[in-house]
Design a protein around this ligand. Structure first.
Ligand SMILES: Cc1cc2nc3c(=O)[nH]c(=O)nc-3n(C[C@H](O)[C@H](O)[C@H](O)COP(=O)(O)O)c2cc1C
Length: 210
C-alpha cells in the first residue's frame, strides 16, 4: 500500500481487540521511527515509554477520562518531555555527536555556543512548550509508521499527566507525559464502523502562491 492509502486506512481507534498483541519487532520499529524523528537542534528533549502491562494499563483508565483504549490496547506508548533540559543536555548531545561522527570537539564549538544561546533565551515554560512540540513531531512519525505497518493507534491528550507521572514513577526521572498513543489492532466492531474521514476539502486546505 502506498503512504496515502495507509493514511486513509489509519483512524483513531477507540476499540481495540485486546487478544491481539503487537509483536516486539513491530514495537521496536515504532520506537525506532520515533527516535529517527527530526527535532530542533537534534536535541530530542523527550523519551518514549513503552507500557505493556495490562494491570497498570487498566489502572490508568480513570486517569484517562475513562477512555478504555488505554486498558485494551496491546501497548501504550507514552511521549514524555524532559523537564530538566539544560547545558548537560547539550553536552550529552555533543558527546554522542563526536562518537557517532568521529569528529573533534573543537569543530562543534560554534554549534555548541548557538545551542547554549538558544536554550538560555527560554524560561522554563517556553522550554516545556518547545520540548512538547518536538514530542508531537515524533508522535506524527510514529503514527505514520504504525499505519504503514497496519498497526492501529489512538493519539490521546485526554489524560492526567501528573497522575501518569506518579503511577509510572516518571517524576524521579525528570519526565512529564504530554501525549499518549495506545497501539494494537482494531476490534471487529470498530472494523464494521469503517466511517469515512472528515477532512477539509483539499482546495480549502492548500493555498498555492505561484
Ligand atoms: C494530539 C491528539 C490528541 C487526541 N486526543 C484524543 C483523546 O484523548 N481521545 C480520543 O478518543 N481521541 C483523541 N484524538 C483523536 C482525534 O479525535 C482524531 O484523530 C480526529 O477526530 C480525526 O479522526 P481520525 O484520526 O480517525 O482520522 C487525538 C488526536 C490527536 C492528534
Amino acid at each position: 500500500m502506498n503512504i496515502i492509502e495507509s493514511l486513509k486506512w489509519r483512524a483513531a481507534v477507540r476499540n481495540f481487540d485486546s487478544s491481539k498483541k503487537v509483536s516486539t519487532e513491530n514495537v521496536n520499529a515504532l520506537v525506532e521511527a520515533g527516535n529517527l524523528t527530526a527535532t530542533s537542534m537534534g536535541l530530542q528533549p523527550f523519551k518514549i515509554i513503552v507500557l505493556h502491562n495490562e494491570e497498570i494499563q487498566k489502572e490508568l483508565i480513570p486517569y484517562s477520562y475513562n477512555q478504555k483504549q488505554v486498558g485494551e490496547a496491546s501497548h501504550v506508548l507514552i511521549f514524555a518531555i524532559e523537564t530538566n533540559v539544560n547545558q548537560q543536555t547539550i553536552d550529552n548531545y555533543l558527546e554522542r555527536h563526536i562518537e557517532v561522527r568521529n569528529v573533534e570537539a573543537s569543530s562543534l564549538e560554534n554549534y555548541k555556543n548557538s545551542m547554549s544561546n538558544y536554550l538560555s533565551m527560554m524560561d522554563e515554560e517556553t522550554k516545556k512548550t518547545w520540548a512538547t512540540k518536538q514530542a508531537y513531531i515524533a508522535l506524527g512519525t510514529v503514527m505514520t509508521a504504525a499505519a504503514d505497518l497496519k498497526i492501529d493507534s489512538c493519539a490521546m491528550e485526554g489524560f492526567d499527566p501528573e497522575k501518569y507521572q506518579e503511577m509510572l514513577g516518571l517524576k524521579e526521572e525528570n519526565l512529564l507525559p504530554v501525549v499518549v498513543l495506545p497501539i494494537g489492532y482494531r476490534s471487529e466492531e470498530e472494523m464494521m464502523a469503517g466511517l469515512p474521514k472528515v477532512r477539509k476539502a483539499l482546495e480549502n486546505f492548500v493555498i498555492e502562491k505561484n
